[in-house]
Design a protein around this ligand. Sequence first.
Ligand SMILES: [Zn+2]
Length: 494
Amino acid sequence: MPENCINLQFIANLYLANSHRTKGSRSPVNQNFCMNMQKFTKAPQTPRAVNYSCKALYAGPISLHTEYMSKQHFSVGQTAQIDDSLIEGLVLPRFMNYVRIGTTSCRHLTETPSSPGQWDLAKALETELRDLGLSEVELTNHCYVIARVPASPGRENAPVIGFLAHLDTASDVPGDNVKPCLVRNYNGERIELCSGYVLDPLEDADLAAQKGKDIVHTDGSTLLGADDKAGIAEIAGAIEYLLTHPELNHGPLEIVFSPDEETGKGLPEFPLNSIRSAACYTLDGGPLGELEVECFNAWKADVTFQGKVIHVGHARGILANAALMAASFAVMLPRSESPEATDGYYGYYCPMEIKGDLEQADLEVYIRDFDRKGAERRVHALNVFAEAVETQFPGGKVVVEAKAQYYNMKEKIDEHPEVFEKLTMAAANLGIAYRQKPIRGGTDGSRLTEMGIPTPNIFTGGRNYHSRLEWVSVSEMISACKLVIELIRLWGEV
Ligand SMILES: [Zn+2]
């Protein structure tokens, strides 16, 4: 672990303990938190390392602040001028706190949520949002946190705008006992993690570009969970900013933190009937400036292989080995159309899991393509491969059950051009060089768009998701939070 790596486990514990504060006790509790940070944080390389949270968290009773600030009004360009250290104080401590709550989801379970840790985070967020002074906060019986921020006086007729992020983390690598490491003023060198894992700027140009800035990475034993706790922290930070800066007029807002995004199983339980948003934005993207309105058309196929079994000593001409049938099927999937051989707009097949024995085997295959016809072509191909395997293994049977998971959201978002226009306008107002990028995956936003609510996706500042090499840029988290604030301001203009 590098010299300047600060393990904030203890500090995060303090913050967590303090997060159960009662309404109205903000200042003293936060003061303790900040003092504790000064006491237990290793000597920082920049003075702001210990001071950053003071301004935001010492904001004092909201009513006093309101009286002072209500004389001012937000205008174009003003969001860009918000002090970065103030936003950092709203986002970074939250992020360090959230990632320590293990929320790995389980794709083999059908219930929502699929893991108890998601309840822990959802309950903590419910408490936190209530403590911020929001009265409409709901935790549904499927672990969706829904909160509403009332419009500023006179802005009640502005459209309701929603912001979404997901509670769970991927199960590809361990996600419990995350020990986030905050690096101030990154020196641009290799960062050695535990178990031989290395963050190497020579292999990661984005990391190299963070030299002189602040990042948070893992200790190498787990993922970080910036996907999507960076998104949650950025949204919650923006809401705290709004509530403490009533001079920023806005329309009605809706916040949704959802379970089981990574498994793709959460959305059937999405409380669509109680959602009022005309448009939503997910905070679930990657590097600064990436805005996403296109995603894959996604299908999942469960392929079952039924063998014909007999004692292997007498098997000649009789045995149809189901394990071998599944393996034969898997190698028929074109290697040139695999995730590791494609990028950009190319689609793929990906065998996700294979298991079985002589009698029965099961193979799960993901199909992804930006073009709907391209995805349907691959589904058809699976049936052709199934016939080929049956021909190779007389007596064996192959059944393909393919189900659409979500569709490319671009078509539906294009029907509401103002949703993306507002997003690019907000980015431009902040001087963020944005670019539109296709998501090689899906988000809750893709599925929500299908349900009729256009939902583009916004960067969060994280990299190397679903891996032990995951890290997040603190300055990009600040930019994402400011982008949310500016979007809210733009939608509130009436
Ligand atoms: Zn995500």
